[in-house]
Design a protein around this ligand. Structure first.
Ligand SMILES: [Zn+2]
Length: 441
């Protein structure tokens, strides 16, 4: 029956989804080397024309007896099952209604919680003297259930290449290249051309000089001509309004200087512009004034803790966390929380994003802290979970490709011992993590 099953086409095709679509079609409609047709490669613009071709004979897998929460916000399916072939979801539904592919491995999840893997829509992955290697950073994210990272401001193109592989065992990586602003229209065109040439999925922009919004407007216009979405580093209300008006796709931090007003909320909602709150970015500026409690958290110590944890306990490092700058961020945090609550209540798209990666912002662990802080801000736990799965995918243009448990979507999955809607900290009760149907934890 699988040979004749039509290959589902994602409902919304935009941004990256257009580029990735070729891949989903290949993964579920045609055998072949996925690496050879990754987005950005010369033939990526031509997906296979015959999508009714026999499905590949790759390994099939069925996860069954799960409380299956699909990442859209729909209630879980009790005793649910999902069938997977070649890394892509085939069918989803109550166990017994999902066909078992010939020769499929069947995994009984014993009634555990099954949801999409988590998406960090604002991280930093890159070669940095202080940090582990890029492959290890992506392994650490995956260990903690973060199955996709959009890196906004580092260069790590080398590992983009594996993101559509059926053998994937590290977090999927999307990149923007270095953060940029421009002092002229020509300079903007040049830098965007450079990024596009380097294979960036996004452009990460920031205001330059005295904060003239034109510096970002030029970038946005050049990026639009190349079909590239723009994420903008923003922390204040007026620049946020200016860049959303100019056509930015993602506000990369919370506004923390003034309460967000109805006009900005309406504009963001109408234009479908999302925000990554990055609350843990604020936390990281002041939390090391003393020894943070999480230094003793076994979950943190599993993979996030670096060898030089002691470096955070020196008097110099502790003084840095009490500098006037750190205190500014500490005092701005309550307003960032309040603004997140307002944005959520106004129906603005929220994509879980942490700014993890730089020193003191621990990849993998901080995503779980971020979700806890989002609940603290006043978002219901289930809304936070959507913002880290299906909602995040929509915000970064990858809905129908990742982020939900639906036919045609990559099988990036997280299995938990307990329902995270009851307590967001249950995202830490990880039983297993799956990338493209491969168990990685
Ligand atoms: Zn950042």
């Amino acid at each position: 029956m699988f040979a004749s099953r039509p290959c589902p086409i994602p409902p919304a095709v935009h941004f990256l989804a257009a580029a990735a679509l070729g891949f989903v079609l290949i993964a579920c409609g045609e055998s072949g080397d996925p690496e050879a047709r990754m987005p950005g490669s010369p033939d990526s613009a031509s997906p296979p024309s015959d999508t009714s071709a026999p499905l590949p004979t790759g390994e099939a897998l069925v996860l069954t007896n799960a409380r299956l929460w699909d990442g859209t916000g729909a209630p879980p399916i009790e005793n649910g099952a999902v069938s997977i072939r070649a890394g892509v979801i085939l069918e989803v539904g109550p166990a017994g209604q999902v066909a078992i592919p010939d020769g499929a491995e069947i995994v009984d999840l014993g009634g555990r919680w099954l949801q999409p893997g988590l998406i960090n829509a604002h991280g930093h992955v890159g070669p940095d003297g202080e940090r582990s290697s890029v492959p290890e950073q992506l392994e650490i994210y995956a260990h903690y259930g973060i199955t996709t990272v959009l890196s906004l401001g580092d260069e790590a193109e080398s590992l983009r290449s594996e993101r559509w592989s059926r053998e994937l065992r590290r977090a999927r990586l999307f990149v923007s290249g270095p953060r940029t602003g421009a002092t002229s229209e020509d300079a903007a065109a040049e830098v965007v051309a450079e990024r596009a040439q380097a294979g960036a999925d996004w452009i990460k922009a920031a205001l330059v000089g005295a904060g003239d919004p034109a510096s970002v407007r030029w970038i946005i216009e050049s990026a639009r001509n190349r079909g590239l979405p723009v994420a903008v580093h923003i922390e204040e209300l007026e620049p946020a309004r200016a860049i959303v008006e100019a056509g930015a796709s993602l506000v990369a931090h919370s506004v923390r200087d003034l309460p967000v007003d109805e006009a900005l909320l309406a504009l963001m909602r109408e234009r479908g512009v999302c925000v990554t709150p990055t609350l843990t970015r604020e936390l990281s500026t002041f939390v090391y004034a003393e020894r943070p409690e999480f230094f003793d958290d076994p979950f943190f110590l599993e993979r996030s803790a670096p060898d030089d944890l002691e470096a955070f306990l020196t008097p110099q490092r502790q003084a840095q966390a009490e500098s006037s700058q750190a205190i500014y961020w500490r005092d701005a945090l309550p307003l960032a929380l309040e603004n997140l609550r307002r944005k959520h209540q106004a129906g603005v798209g929220i994509a879980m994003g942490t700014d993890s990666g730089p020193s003191g912002r621990f990849q993998g662990y901080f995503e779980h802290v971020e979700m806890e802080m989002m609940v603290e801000a006043g978002m219901p736990a289930e809304a936070v979970l959507v913002s880290a799965t299906g909602g995040a995918a929509r915000c970064i243009g990858l809905d129908g490709i990742i982020g939900t448990i639906e036919p045609g979507v990559w099988a990036d999955l997280l299995v938990l011992e307990a329902d995270p809607r009851q307590d967001i900290r249950n995202t830490r009760s990880i039983h297993s993590v799956w990338l493209a149907g491969n168990r990685v934890r």
